[in-house]
Design a protein around this ligand. Structure first.
Ligand code: ISL
Length: 587
């Protein structure tokens, strides 16, 4: 068999540039700010940095609305700054992955400016232009070409006065969708991607890449989606999530852009709504599409029928069933990416752990142990390695994100009580993860000398990188050791995964097994995912009674395990303190 790809033992760190480090005091993070902190990333030991967008942008969606794919936005710096960052990272053996946002551009991109200028412009067909619904007047309520809602509230169509036609925008009205049916669009994107690879970048994280193929009839028609549940609009997802030509497009991209150089690269497709079966196809190396996908199942388990802001308690059994299904589904073909959070999700410790002062560090470390011992490529979002928490967002004025602001306005206009709407926004709003990175305990956490674009969290006095690096028992050093174990131990990178105790609401347990010529090696992970003591009914417990601890995987090894752990294990169970995780190895 071929040697495993380098990224099977790699860990990726996501930098959200707006909130990482500001070098020039304008309150917004920038590339020189990142360059000033590359040693933090090297100390953590990550292999890859995924940089969220730094391209030219009007910042309607914090850079996910791009007006020039080959330019760096002045807010973030210059192309030379980016070249410098690539060099700084490469000097430390760290690769750089750029965000590729090509489901849509900004409405200020030259392509769209041309496209909207007239019905017969050569670039007209680069976007999705449609007349009003048959028999209706453009602009009349319900006259949009389809009933689809946008991810950011309101309809997915905007009427453009210049020609009296509508254009499609699955996200904000300043993010028109590109028409991937048009081969010129695809060639322009591939050309831009090659340009970045030639500049030295090592791959792409592909934004909502499974939405690029829309189901379109021979006559150019698009189809309404079912209405109900979440607001007045139709759910168009069946028409564009993993649409009819998605595999063809990604295979073509691979041939046109990656072929011949793929061994050094890493590609990850962000894919809301992707199923395990789709993901097997997308990540099957024989099909040559992408290396791995970001799936969304585990970050949807606490959403109610009303959508992401309709928050429900998360059940550990659901979480384990989901991860277990993905681990099994991509066991023999394909590869998983592993994440708890990113710039679109609440902070991991606040959502899956316990962010109270008593349990914050232990629960953050427990979550790290669990994720980093799954099979797949782990992603660490900036600040996760410090156990950063959700932000204390109180009033609507505290929010900055277009998704939250639009949702608030739509819900309140529709008659909802603003206080009720805020409950959902506080729990799920994307700004939770977008407050500035905590570098130290000084004013503005060392993020900026100016006025930060969004408030720094007050807990930066205790939760910050400087303090964490100086404390060998910090969450940071726990992450560092876990990342190192993935490099050092083939069983961590490649071992088979078996979920255990699927019905237990408190304990998360699994094994990893590696079969080699030297015999079997098995790692057992057992964690108490709660703030009260637990007893785990580990299968075949007695066999683990005197197994060794897998080095580097225990948080606070100085504290030992729960007092009666060994005796309990010998007797067929295991005693665990709140958020305690044990990682044992048997050969
Ligand atoms: O958070 C979400 C909205 O409820 C997600 O559905 C999110 O929009 C989805 O994960 C796609 O995210 C990506 O594309 C968006 C951008 O706003 C996100 O920041 C990006 O990660 C549009 O480009």
């Amino acid at each position: 068999a071929a040697a495993p790809a380098w990224w099977t033992s790699a860990t990726v760190y996501q930098v959200y540039p707006r909130s990482f480090a500001d070098s020039d005091g304008d309150g917004v993070g920038d590339i020189p700010g990142i360059r000033a902190h590359v040693d933090h990333l090297a100390a953590l030991g990550v292999d890859v940095v995924w940089l969220s967008p730094v391209y030219a942008t009007p910042q309607d969606d914090n850079g996910y609305d791009i007006s020039d794919y080959r330019a760096v936005d002045p807010t973030f710096g210059t192309l030379e700054d980016l070249d410098g960052l690539i060099a700084d990272l490469h000097d430390r053996g760290i690769r750089l992955v750029m965000d590729l946002v090509v489901n849509h551009t900004s409405d200020e991109h030259a392509w769209f400016v041309e496209s909207r200028s007239s019905s017969d412009n050569p670039k007209r067909d680069w976007y999705w232009w449609r007349p009003a619904r048959a028999g209706m007047e453009a602009g009349a309520p319900g006259a949009e070409p389809t009933n689809w809602g946008s991810f950011f509230s309101g309809p997915a169509w905007e009427l453009d006065q210049a020609t009296g036609e509508y254009y499609l925008h699955l996200f904000s009205r300043k993010q028109p969708d590109l028409n991937w049916e048009n081969p010129q669009v695809r060639e322009a994107v591939y050309d831009m991607m090659r340009w970045w690879l030639d500049r030295g970048v090592d791959g792409f994280r592909m934004d909502v890449i499974n939405l690029i193929s829309k189901r379109v009839g021979d006559d150019g028609s698009l189809t309404d989606g079912p209405v109900g549940g979440n607001g007045p609009y139709g759910d168009g997802s069946a028409e564009y999530v993993c649409g009819p030509r998605i595999h063809e497009f990604l295979a073509e991209m691979h041939r046109e852009v990656f072929a011949g150089r793929e061994a050094d690269l890493i590609t990850v497709g962000e894919m809301p709504g992707v199923t395990v079966d789709d993901a097997r196809l997308f990540t099957d190396p024989a099909r040559a599409e992408v290396d791995m996908v970001f799936q969304f199942e585990h970050v949807g388990l606490d959403h109610g029928p009303g959508g992401k802001f309709d928050v429900r308690p998360l059940r550990l059994t659901d979480l384990k069933a989901s991860f277990g299904r993905w681990q099994a589904g991509l066991a023999d073909v394909g590869w998983n990416s592993l994440y708890w959070d990113n710039h679109d999700q609440p902070r991991a410790v606040s959502r899956f752990g316990d962010d109270s002062p008593e349990h914050r560090e232990r629960s953050a470390a427990c979550l790290a142990t669990l994720l980093h011992l799954h099979r797949g490529t782990p992603y660490v979002y900036q600040g996760e390695e410090l156990g950063m928490t959700n932000a204390p967002l109180e009033r609507i004025e505290d929010f900055r994100d277009i998704e939250s602001l639009n949702h608030f306005r739509q819900a309140v206009d529709a008659g909802a009580d603003p206080d009720d709407v805020l409950v959902g926004l506080r729990a799920m709003g994307r700004d939770n993860a977008r407050t500035p990175m905590h570098w130290d305990g000084s004013d503005h956490a060392g993020f900026t000398t100016g006025e930060p674009w969004i408030a720094v969290q007050p807990n930066h006095d205790a939760v910050n990188a400087e303090a964490a690096r100086a404390d060998e028992h910090s969450v940071f050093h726990h992450y560092r050791r876990l990342i190192a174990q993935r490099h050092a131990e083939p069983v961590v990178a490649l071992g088979d995964f078996t979920m255990l105790l699927l019905d237990d609401e408190q304990v998360y347990a699994f094994t990893r097994t590696l079969t080699t010529d030297a015999g079997d090696e098995t790692v057992l992970v057992v964690a108490n995912v709660s703030s009260s003591p637990a007893r785990a009914a580990v299968p075949d417990a007695a066999a683990w009674a005197d197994a060794e601890r897998l080095e580097g995987c225990t948080y606070r090894p100085d504290e030992g395990s729960a007092p009666d752990a060994d005796a309990a294990l010998a007797a067929g169970a295991l005693a665990l303190r709140p958020w305690e995780a044990l990682v044992l190895r048997r050969r």
